[in-house]
Ligand binder design. Structure first.
Ligand SMILES: *Cc1c(COP(=O)(O)O)cnc(C)c1O
Length: 347
């Protein structure tokens, strides 16, 4: 029995993207698997990437790290981007997690708990987390990795990228014994001097393009489909769905498909949403409902029980996101728990 809305995670495509990022940067890829690997399943994703040669992973939160350590066992190195928050030091140590220390209170509480392997974030202009270069600490025992994060990596022409890169090169030179990591997905494509010792891509592993649009070097990993629950003829002049969101100017054939808010379909798909069905992109009509969307399948060779693709190999996730006024990150992390989940390429 499959649910009407179904997510497929293609692990071979994930591996392809991992090796594509290795090839383009020439340095080790340290996958970012925070937020449940952007909604796709952190354990599933990390296990496959371990098999592909990844040895170090990044999560955002302590609880993500604890869960991943439990699932992956003692081998991989796991960094927690939030760092040593509040009284987290004990829990970090218990799970052999390495905090990315972001400010002096974090260094103090990590040190007070005995210290140990950790990372350090230098803020080179994002003004989010990390030490300003002029406030960065002296090298200290246990410091294994120094990192910074790009603010505009999805805009290759933005001069801020070069400024941040140069600031990181200067600030990180103070820590000759630590591994240097700078680039997220977008940064992987900015050129060889952005790679440093290891890169930290997230979205490109999962098939989103580095500039928010589809990139031929990457394969779609996530495919979200919805089953057609009913098909009807819509006479000219009649409307579809809540608030008469669409009114037929001429007779249409309408497929009601089983995917709605709880599956990760955004209300902002009205009015520009499209899905791939029977070999073409077809408009989503009217408002998204709680559990269903209406798709114009006039002249399409498609019937009850067939599926439409909301995003995947035929409807790139970046295009689906743009049509809904958002980005691939938000679409992926919004995939609902109610969806069926299957994976392709499991070994
Ligand atoms: C989320 C995150 C990444 C990965 O970003 P993508 O744009 O998904 O590649 C890398 N580094 C840090 C610090 C992050 O917060």
């Amino acid at each position: 029995m499959t649910a009407p809305a179904s997510l497929t995670v293609d692990l071979d495509a994930l591996s392809h993207n991992f090796h594509a990022l290795e090839a383009v940067t020439g340095v080790p890829v340290h996958p970012v698997v925070k937020a449940n690997a952007y909604g796709l399943g952190a354990v599933l994703v990390a296990k496959r990437l371990l098999a592909e040669g990844a040895r170090t992973f990044f999560v955002a939160r302590l609880n993500e790290g604890v869960a991943l350590r439990e699932a992956l066992g003692p081998e991989p190195t796991l960094y927690v981007l939030d760092g040593c928050v509040g009284d987290a030091a004990g829990a970090l140590k218990a799970a052999d997690l390495r905090p990315i220390l972001n400010h002096s209170d974090q260094i103090a509480s990590w040190t007070a708990a005995g210290g140990g392997a950790c990372g350090l974030q230098i803020d080179t202009g994002m003004n989010r987390l990390g030490f300003r270069p002029e406030d960065a600490p002296e090298p200290f025992q246990g410091l294994e990795l120094v990192m910074s994060h790009l603010a505009c990596a999805d805009e290759p022409g933005e001069p801020m990228n070069r400024r941040q890169r140069d600031a990181f090169a200067a600030a990180s030179a103070r820590y000759p014994d630590a591994l240097k990591s700078f680039a997220n997905s977008g940064g992987c494509f900015l050129g060889p001097d952005y790679g440093f010792d290891a890169v930290r891509p997230g979205i490109c592993l999962y098939g989103g393009g580095p500039e928010g649009r589809p990139d031929p070097r990457l394969k779609a990993v996530a495919t979200l489909t919805a089953e057609i629950l009913q098909i009807r003829e819509l006479p000219a002049g009649e409307s579809v769905g809540y608030s008469r969101g669409f009114i037929a100017g001429r007779t249409r054939r309408i497929a009601t498909c089983g995917a709605g808010y709880a599956d990760g379909v955004f209300r902002s798909n009205c009015p520009d949403g499209r899905v791939w069905a029977a070999g073409a992109l077809r408009p989503v009509l009217g408002r998204v409902s709680m559990d269903v969307i209406a798709v114009d399948v006039t002249d399409a060779d498609i019937g009850l029980g067939d599926r439409v693709e909301l995003f995947g190999a035929n409807r790139p996730i970046d295009d689906a996101a743009s049509a809904a006024g958002t980005i691939s990150y938000e679409l992926l992390t919004s995939i609902g728990n109610r969806c069926d989940r299957t994976c392709l390429g499991a070994r």
